[in-house]
Design a protein around this ligand. Structure first.
Ligand SMILES: [Zn+2]
Length: 62
């Protein structure tokens, strides 16, 4: 698989490491709480395309 490629990718916002969510096909930055989609095996490393991980039931004082 392409896991070695994915490990080289960093968050475009904070330059931090990303977690690969194989089930959702996303690359997750826990720091920014953003999930970058992987489309046809190609990570879309654009902040504008990222999905917010903010949960509706999360406390607002995080
Ligand atoms: Zn980040």
């Amino acid at each position: 698989m392409e896991t070695s490629l994915l490990k080289k990718l960093v968050c475009p916002v904070c330059k931090g490491a990303l977690a690969h969510d194989a089930a959702k096909q996303e690359l997750v930055c826990e720091h920014d709480r953003l999930a970058f989609p992987i489309q046809d095996g190609i990570p879309v490393m654009l902040q504008g395309e990222a999905r917010s991980l903010s949960e509706p039931d999360s406390p607002a004082n995080a």
